[in-house]
Design a binder for this molecule. Structure first.
Ligand code: GNR
Ligand code: NI
Length: 167
């Protein structure tokens, strides 16, 4: 097991589109294990492979309060969306920034689990938000991209300042 390095906004690698997983082999299973470990350690509610510079359609999520409900989504597709909700979102790639984003209230997602078994899940509340947030990462999209250009500039400046302090 290993903790993976999480890319930080505005790293250009966060803008790469992830490719579908052709086969769930041992390297993919190892990636899932390392991503789960990295998400729990962060701690975060979800993590997309894009954030650890692996451009494959792999997501891990745990939106439970007890942190024992790991959800693995490989090649996820949203097949239905309904309603609107707003949430103050954060992102492990954009540390310390929280901004309201509009999302669908309910989504139905079709994906493969880590064993390769296909499943369909309908989610709402935080889980629905997280599924949409992680699937955006796979498309090379970060929640900051939904904000005004002024806010995007301010966030970039703030993160650059943080980076200089820790360098
Ligand atoms: O840990 C996370 N919390 C969170 C809170 C509100 C909306 C979305 C998220 S996802 C985020 C982890 C992350 O960056 N996943 O890509
Ligand atoms: Ni994120």
């Amino acid at each position: 097991m290993a903790l993976l390095n999480i890319l930080r906004y505005p790293d250009p690698r966060l803008y790469k589109r992830a490719a579908r997983v052709a086969e769930i082999d041992e390297p993919v299973r190892a990636l899932v294990r390392d991503m789960a470990e990295t998400m729990y350690a962060a701690p975060g509610v979800g993590l997309a492979a894009t954030q650890v510079d692996v451009h494959k359609r792999v997501v891990v999520i745990d939106a439970s309060e007890t942190r024992d409900q790991l959800l693995v989504l490989i090649n996820p597709e949203i097949v239905a969306r309904e309603g609107i909700q707003y949430c103050e979102e954060g992102c492990l790639s954009v540390p310390g920034i929280y901004e309201a984003v509009e999302r669908a209230e309910r989504v139905t997602v079709h994906a493969l689990g880590v064993t390769g078994r296909p499943f369909t899940l309908t989610a709402e509340k935080l889980l629905a938000i997280c599924i949409q947030h992680e699937m955006d990462h796979l498309e090379g999209k970060v929640f900051v991209d939904y904000l005004s250009r002024l806010k995007q500039q301010r966030i970039k400046a703030k993160l650059q300042k943080q980076l200089r302090k820790t360098a």
